[in-house]
Design a protein around this ligand. Structure first.
Ligand code: SAH
Length: 213
């Protein structure tokens, strides 16, 4: 059996810190959350590799650095209500739950939703609420949210997500084309978005009503 704690430490030292992640709380969380629990046993020897891995249904668990980068951009203090679109493996969900008050996470594929639900409850998370739905429409029932993260690529920021963000809130989302996007961070200030781009990334497409056309 691998020494996962040691692999996590190596991941942080070689992939996360040298690429500029400096928020201590994010780093501590990357050292804590067991990524191996969110993947299939056959990938255990690669659990902390510097890349995405398949999680079934043609979807992937994101590269650890991308999880850390998006989490750092979320600027969480511990009191936020967070909406995540694209639960997938639930790894990013767990990281967010460590750093915020509560996480509402939406996944459209029921097989992934069911699987991840049992993993996250096994791990004991009480501040995560999962939904099996089209997240491109947000999750109106529990809106508004202080932070929104989308871990699938859109061609523009879906309007329902902008509407469901609090004033002063922030959304982190890959925006662009099918195989090439910019990591986009937008703050909602006086009702409109102040947008920053943080360079290239590649995510699976956000599908659904307000997804990629
Ligand atoms: N953060 C996840 C990323 C999974 S990949 C992880 O690291 O494991 C992106 C996920 O977004 C997939 O599971 C896909 O099914 C989901 N997705 C795509 N479009 C969606 C939509 N409209 N609503 C909810 N989930 C969606």
């Amino acid at each position: 059996m691998e020494n996962f704690e040691e692999l996590r430490r190596l991941m942080v030292q070689t992939q996360i810190i040298p690429r500029g992640i400096s928020d201590k709380k994010v780093i501590d969380t990357m050292l804590k959350v067991p990524r191996e629990k969110f993947i299939d046993e056959k990938f255990y020897n690669d659990a902390y590799g510097d890349h995405p891995l398949p999680i079934g249904e043609s979807q992937t668990i994101s590269q650890p650095f991308m999880v850390a980068l998006m989490t750092e951009h979320m600027k969480l203090t511990g009191s936020e209500k967070v909406l995540e679109i694209g639960t997938g493996s639930g790894y990013q969900t767990a990281i967010l739950a460590e750093l915020s008050k509560e996480v509402y996470s939406v996944e459209r594929i029921s097989v992934l939703y069911e699987k991840t639900k049992s993993i996250l409850s096994e791990l004991g998370y009480k501040n995560i609420f999962l939904f099996n739905d089209d997240g491109s429409q947000g999750l109106k029932k529990h809106a508004p949210y202080d932070r929104i993260i989308v871990t699938a690529a859109a061609d523009k920021i879906p309007q329902p997500l902008i509407d469901q963000l609090t004033e002063g809130g922030r959304i982190v989302i890959p925006v662009g084309e099918r195989f090439s996007q910019d990591l986009t961070v937008a703050d909602k200030i006086k009702g409109s978005l102040k947008i920053h781009n943080y360079g290239g990334c590649v995510f699976v497409p956000l599908v659904g009503k307000h997804g990629m056309s």
